[in-house]
Design a protein around this ligand. Structure first.
Ligand SMILES: [Zn+2]
Length: 425
């Protein structure tokens, strides 16, 4: 066999570093011996890799496992204080900025509403200010910032880090990668909201260790993340997962136009606006409901949170509206389930504040419309992060990238070690 070149050796070492840190992320705590067993690497290689991850501050010693026979072993785990991660969700009518530690625990969060008709400039300027606040908070905690993840409600050119088209914002070809990296001087990762949410759920949420699942991201639109055979499916041009624009309704000429320019798209019948339209129709025919009373009392326009409040108060009209929306969401999910036969379908996004009302209707609808053998086996659940699924996804974009390529994190953190006598050799 030819001798490995230096370049090859560096590449193999990077792969092995990634393999070790990913095992720790998946399993929680492991000893060096367990890592050797799981990765198939020899113990001295594992010890050297562990030492490097330790120097980069990415893992820490967490105690001693003295169970079983043999010498007690030092246990290792991911270091939550490896650094702070900033996530930005560009919603359609809001932005959220989140600061977490390296294992996704929230340290700081801000959300602001924005007016989508004002164009991209004021929204982006606002997000830059919020990101500056998050960085300041992170530094006050004496944590370095490891990166910024951005989730967007549109298609993304991953290579150039450009938002190609966000139908509900009417934004086209925005060089978000350049804008944010010029400002923050940090590694910046950008993805579509449904894709980001799927990565977040796989890394931190309900889809850990799940190889096949579909994330349905519902809000002003419906986006999707197709996680197939243990990786995100991106399609030929990287735009896969635009599930909300499936032409679900026949005779589309009579239907509500979609922001993508078509008529009859699934999302126009199952998004936030569709719930508002259903409520307006009920108010127009004067169905008996407390919705109008709540609007008057709060001097507020019709909104999803107001409809939720009515439903929480037992209002039948509000509950019927959400049930009907759930049925239509179930129709689209039934097609996805038939095509992909996933283990789970996970629902998240701003609309999932009413998820508890939608879910029973979605499950019934999928059972009614998908093939029984497939529908019986799929688990349809709400995201761990509910309405915040996409901003946690933005965090996960950064963490995932570091797990794949740990050497991007510098060796600058000095950690306390366990006493020398306790270290497993
Ligand atoms: Zn559409």
């Amino acid at each position: 066999m030819d001798t490995l070149t230096n370049v090859d050796q560096t590449f193999v070492r990077e792969l092995n570093l990634s393999s070790v840190i990913k095992r720790l992320h998946d399993k929680g705590t492991l000893s060096r011996a367990q890592l050797a067993l799981l990765t198939g690497l020899n113990k001295s290689t594992v010890s050297s890799l562990v030492e490097e991850l330790f120097q980069r501050g990415l893992i820490r010693e967490t105690g001693i496992n003295s169970n079983g026979t043999g010498r007690p072993a030092t246990l290792l785990e991911i270091n939550p204080l490896a650094g702070g991660i900033i996530g930005l969700e560009l919603g359609v009518d809001f932005v959220t900025v989140l600061l977490t530690d390296f294992v996704g625990s929230v340290l700081w969060r801000r959300q602001c509403t924005v007016d989508p008709t004002e164009g991209e400039e004021p929204t982006i300027a606002l997000t830059l200010d919020l990101i500056d606040e998050a960085i300041k908070d992170c530094k006050e905690r004496k944590l370095r910032v490891l990166g910024l993840g951005v989730s967007t409600p549109g298609t993304v050119d991953l290579k150039e880090k450009i938002l190609v088209f966000a139908p509900n914002l009417h934004w086209r070809n925005i060089p978000l990668g350049r804008i944010y990296s010029d400002h923050v001087r940090l590694p910046v990762f950008i993805d579509n909201d449904g894709n980001a949410a799927a990565v977040g759920e796989h890394l931190f949420g309900m889809a850990r260790q799940v190889r096949n699942f579909i994330f349905v991201f519902a809000g002003v639109g419906i986006g999707g993340g197709l996680f197939l055979n243990n990786e995100l499916y991106r399609g030929n041009n990287g735009f896969a997962g635009e599930i909300g624009h499936s032409p679900l309704v026949w005779n589309p000429a009579s239907r509500t136009p979609c922001h993508c320019g078509n008529r009859g798209c699934w999302e126009t019948n199952a998004n936030q606006y569709s719930i508002i339209r259903r409520a307006e129709a009920c108010l127009e025919v004067k169905r008996s409901t407390i919705i109008s009373h709540l609007m008057e009392q709060k001097k507020a326009p019709l909104s999803i949170s107001l409809i939720k409040e009515a439903a929480d108060g037992g209002d039948q009209v509000a509950r019927d509206i959400l049930t009907e929306t759930g049925e239509v969401m179930g129709l689209g999910i039934a097609s996805l389930v038939n095509i992909f036969n996933p283990e789970k379908v996970i629902l998240g996004g701003p609309l999932i504040i009413v998820g508890d009302y939608l879910l029973p209707a979605i499950k019934l609808s999928v059972r009614k419309h998908a093939l029984p053998e497939i529908a019986d086996q799929v688990d349809i659940i709400l995201s761990s992060f509910r309405a915040d699924a996409s901003v946690f996804g933005a965090i996960a974009l950064v963490v995932n990238n570091i797990l794949m390529n740990p050497i991007q994190v510098s060796k600058e953190v000095v950690q306390e070690r366990l006493p020398e006598t306790m270290i497993e050799k």
